[in-house]
Design a binder for this molecule. Structure first.
Ligand code: SER
Length: 541
């Protein structure tokens, strides 16, 4: 049976044999605007798809394993983590890429060759999906007959009926977009029937079932989604594939190389997670045992006490990976945007740590184990391990100070009120640093309702107050003639049109005072922003 390291290497070797250059994972800090985190293997290749950059590889092919985070934003799996066995906030996506080189035929044939012929997935348990637009809903493009024909030939070669093994999907399941804008196109996914009998005939495909999961998505990139909602044809067609590495490991390892489907595969029952669980067991003195949703349900129950420790092991291991890889890529927990998503994730991990008896910072003690498993593939993690530990310790220590007090308050308040009001959720957020999803989790565990509308209203009011206060901040650094106050627009936009109020020369420096600016001024220990100002068609620093 292959280890996770061998499975990853086998994927990369296979595509190296097909003349792909192996490239490193991009940082989790996205290069494309509009993303919170790198959320797909294709993010780093967007300029090639758009024709802005020329691929440096001959032939124009690449393969890699990409660090991805799907938390917050368009693709968000945070709520499922721990409660099912195959969604994560952090995961690796194995991919092969063609930049205007091969297209559907090779992408589909090679996917089959790797999965069925080299790795040995049973063909009769595989279901391929193809794009079938729902024209009544305005889905773009046409039925993907070409992809259907290639899959059909492969299934027939194994004596299988393509009408059973190929499932149609509309824009929701078979048209891939990384965000609201950017390169996109129809896709074809491979799903695996994991039931003991393997005879579901495609009925569980795309039904959110852990008995039939998607392992590989082949995207045929041919459009760019524009900000006005239209689809522009790209100058060339490209291939973007993404295989869920942990899912592939789980199916191969949990079935003992496809010999035994009686045990349901779980990503957590692989050597991707096992070393972290071993370490957590030592640190906590508790044992991890794999848990599965009851037949017919999609998730393990949040209110089932007997499962709480297992869920905590999973959430902590998942969140630790997200936090460590992000911090190693320079994304730190903080108060806004992606930084706040990380802070929320860290606070969730700390809260789950309580279930395993941790009352002092413990996450940093898992970092060396993570480095042992992944430091070779992702050397940046090994290189920045001490920073990762420092940040985790600092953040955890500061949240620990308020967590217990907040939990006590939560129990006292809900015992009398029987529900969570918007005011109370806001107080927990504002005074005790409880992200709203942590409060929502506490409420769910106790079967309580939470007034989200009330909470959101108070959040909006607070934002408005902060905005008004910022506008009235006046900082005078120069001896100026104008009394006007420069409005700071940088919390909302990165560029804006402005009127020049005054120009003042002091020594070698030229100061241009405008009525508005997106550039943060140096103050309160923060460094200032830098950028371009364009006056009369000429840009200057
Ligand atoms: N971009 C596709 C996905 O993320 C395939 O890589 O699923």
């Amino acid at each position: 049976m292959m280890t996770a390291t061998e499975i990853r290497q086998s994927f990369l070797d296979f595509f190296r044999e097909k003349q792909h250059t192996v490239v490193p994972s991009a940082s989790l800090m996205p290069q494309s605007p509009g993303l919170l985190f790198t959320n797909a293997g294709m993010n780093q290749f967007v300029p090639y798809f758009l024709g802005v950059w020329t691929p440096p590889w001959t032939p124009a092919r690449a393969t890699d394993t990409q660090k991805c985070i799907r938390a917050g934003g368009k693709h968000n799996d945070l709520e499922d983590v721990g409660y099912d066995s195959y969604h994560h906030t952090f995961f690796e996506m194995l991919g092969n890429w063609s930049f205007g080189d091969y297209f559907k035929k090779e992408a589909i044939r090679w996917a089959w060759e790797l999965v069925v012929e080299r790795w040995g997935f049973p063909a009769e348990r595989l279901y391929a999906t193809v794009y079938a637009p729902d024209k009544s809903k305005g889905d773009p493009g046409e039925f993907d007959q070409e992809a259907w024909d290639y899959w059909a030939e492969l299934f027939r070669s194994r004596g299988l009926d393509p009408d059973v093994q190929i499932v149609h999907g509309n824009v929701k399941d078979n048209f891939w977009m990384m965000g609201e804008t950017g390169p996109c196109g129809p896709c074809s996914e491979l799903h695996v029937d994991l039931t003991p009998e393997g005879d579901t005939k495609g009925s569980l495909v795309n039904k959110d079932s852990d008995q039939c999961i998607e392992i590989w998505n082949l995207v045929f990139i041919q459009y760019n989604a524009e900000s006005d909602g239209s689809m522009r044809n790209l100058p060339a067609c490209h291939v973007d594939t993404g295989m869920g590495f942990e899912r592939a490991c789980s199916i191969m390892q949990c079935t003992d190389g496809f010999k035994d489907f009686s045990r349901k595969p779980s990503n957590y029952a692989t050597d991707v997670f096992r070393p972290l669980f071993d370490r957590l067991e030592v640190l906590s003195g508790r044992k991890y045992a794999d848990v599965y949703p009851a037949p017919g349900s999609k998730k393990v129950g949040a209110q089932d006490d007997s499962l709480q420790e297992a869920i905590a092991f999973r959430v902590i291991a998942d969140h630790l990976r997200t936090l460590s890889f992000s911090i190693a890529d320079g994304i730190l927990p903080g108060n806004n945007g992606r930084n706040y998503v990380l802070r929320r994730i860290l606070r969730r991990a700390v809260r789950y740590g309580r279930r395993l008896g941790f009352t002092q910072p413990f996450l940093a003690e898992l970092v060396d184990t993570l480095v042992e498993s992944f430091g070779q593939v992702f050397p940046e993690l090994a290189a920045r391990a001490s920073t990762v530990k420092e940040v985790l310790n600092r953040e955890e220590a500061s949240f620990n100070e308020t967590l217990d007090r907040g939990l006590e308050l939560f129990d006292a308040e809900t015992a009398s009120a029987g529900k969570v009001s918007g005011e109370f959720a806001f107080k927990l957020y504002d005074t005790y640093g409880f992200p709203i999803d942590l409060t929502a989790l506490l409420a769910e565990e106790r079967g309580l309702e939470i007034d989200m509308d009330g909470f959101n209203r108070l959040m909006d009011e607070q934002r408005e107050r902060a905005r008004a206060a910022r506008k009235s901040e006046v900082v005078r650094a120069l001896d100026l003639k104008t009394d006007a106050v420069t409005e700071f627009t940088g919390y909302d936009v990165d560029e804006c049109a402005a009127t020049v109020l005054e120009v003042s020369r002091q020594g070698d420096s030229l100061f241009i005072i405008t009525d508005k600016t997106p550039f943060y001024a140096e103050m309160g220990g923060q460094v200032s922003d830098a950028g371009l100002i364009e006056i009369g068609g000429t840009a200057t620093m």
